[in-house]
Design a protein around this ligand. Structure first.
Ligand code: SF4
Length: 450
């Protein structure tokens, strides 16, 4: 049972030294109780107190790792129901399932496509996260052969899906170094699956077809046997039952600190959908609430792009916008006579304007001001993108020395800054660009004379 803030406070030094970045020990205790702080932030806690507080500082949803190396998937360790309360931290893994009954050439094609898929978004590269391989044939040797073949074609993490412990054991023998997840322990095979999870030090997915009570009994049994890296499949498959069920599980884990359900969840949206499109919609629901590993039955770049973008939007800290480093960026090898634009350091803003300049074929200089990651209008209304800031940045960047003109294009959304900017930069001609980035190509065609 979790400790309350007051109970935790009794174990703290009560010096209010503030080194944990909290104003008082009591405030730190309250943060610990709400799983919004880490006990290690206070270096004055005694070993005895640490032991007593271990339960309070333990994450309510265990962090589980699938796979090894750079591409491993880490899921769990979430501490809030809603992103706006703090942030969601470990984005769900997006996997694609293949079956050992599918012709080898088709499996190879899918694995190649999934492994090679890449998306560039706001300066970061994303892709799919893994492959699930199902023992649909029911044969141990066919499964092991298929798993070995898939592993030889990808370095993505694997989830091995078989209910027969003999088939699972044969497959694990081939790929144990890759630390694949074992799916699934059920009430009929849990003892053997626990032994396999211990032998190969792999995470174990536990599946119930009879609700959360049975699922809790199974996870308690696995944890007691020493297997704590667990993944939950509560058996929900449709839109409604998945939404209600996963929300209930998250609430039980966070609010009630119900440890048997304090693990990430694996979902199979294809099993609850009537078409590949519906599968993508259900997967999107599970990205938002509360899938940990999402196994798709169909792969299409269009659906993958939408899911990856949605996931990026949800799994970023709303208090820390994705930012560009302030500075001068060159688009398409600009010359001294190329246009000079200025914008803010919110990544989405930067990539919108940079992408449009590139697409329109305009080599340009793009000066990025430090607006603490705010977009143009937000930064302007917060006083972080004003004439003084722009002029200071232009001067600090020595941009006049790099280019052969003094014409500066400001975003159309802040046309109001033109007069002030002309006062701040008296030798410059200030031009008002379009309000929307997508119009920049047409604007330059009409207004920029080289
Ligand atoms: Fe109290 Fe420790 Fe925080 Fe100092 S660092 S205020 S002693 S909880």
């Amino acid at each position: 049972m979790a400790l309350t803030g007051i109970q935790i406070y009794k174990y703290l030094p009560k010096t209010n030294c503030k080194e944990c970045n909290q104003p008082t020990c009591l405030a730190f205790a309250m943060k610990l109780a709400a799983s919004q702080a880490d006990l290690s932030a206070c270096k004055y806690v005694t070993d005895e107190a640490k032991k007593a507080l271990a339960a309070a500082s333990k994450p309510p949803i265990r962090l589980v790792t699938v796979g090894a190396g750079d591409k491993k998937i880490e899921v769990g360790n979430e501490t809030v129901m809603f992103r706006h309360e703090k942030t969601f931290v470990h984005r769900p893994g997006l996997l694609v399932r293949v079956k050992d009954t599918t012709p080898a050439a088709d499996i190879e094609k899918t694995v190649k496509e999934v492994s090679g898929y890449k998306v560039d978004r706001v300066g970061m590269t994303f892709g799919m996260d893994g492959i699930a391989i199902q023992n649909a044939s029911g044969k141990a040797d066919a499964f092991a052969k298929c798993v070995e073949a898939v592993a030889s074609k990808t370095d993505l993490p694997l989830v091995l899906m078989a209910t027969d412990p003999a088939a699972m054991g044969a497959a694990l023998d081939k790929v144990s170094k890759a630390k694949p997840a074992i799916y699934a322990a059920t009430k009929d095979n849990i003892d053997q699956m626990i032994e396999l999870a211990k032998k190969y030090a792999s995470p174990l997915a536990v599946r119930s077809s009879d609700g959360l009570n049975e699922l809790s009994e199974l996870t308690e049994k696995a944890a007691k046997a020493g297997v704590e890296d667990l993944i939950l499949d509560p058996g929900f498959r449709g839109f409604g039952d998945t939404l209600v069920g996963l929300t209930q599980m998250r609430r039980l884990a966070l609010a009630k600190r119900f440890e048997p359900l304090g693990y990430p969840v694996i979902t199979f949206p294809g099993e609850g959908a009537a078409s590949p499109d519906e599968e993508a919609v259900l997967a999107a629901q599970q990205v938002a609430k509360y899938g940990g590993i999402i196994v798709l039955d169909h792969f299409s770049p269009a659906a993958a792009y939408a899911l990856i973008t949605l996931r990026l939007n949800i799994y970023t800290d709303p208090q820390k916008p994705i930012q560009m480093k302030p500075g001068t960026y060159q688009i398409l090898e600009p010359k001294p006579t190329s246009p000079l634009c200025v914008t803010t350091n919110f990544s989405l803003t930067y990539f919108s304007i940079a992408g449009e300049l590139e697409a329109a074929g305009w080599p340009s200089w793009l000066v990025v001001c430090d607006t603490e990651g705010l977009s143009v209008l937000t930064a302007w209304s917060a006083g972080k993108f004003d004439a003084e800031k722009i002029a200071k940045t232009i001067k600090a960047q020595n941009i006049a020395e790099k280019i052969g003109h003094k014409n500066l294009i400001i975003p159309g959304g802040v046309a109001v800054l033109r007069g002030e900017l002309e006062e701040e930069l008296p030798e410059w001609k200030i031009m008002v660009g379009p309000r929307e980035a997508m119009a920049v190509g047409g604007y330059l065609k009409e207004n920029w004379k080289t």
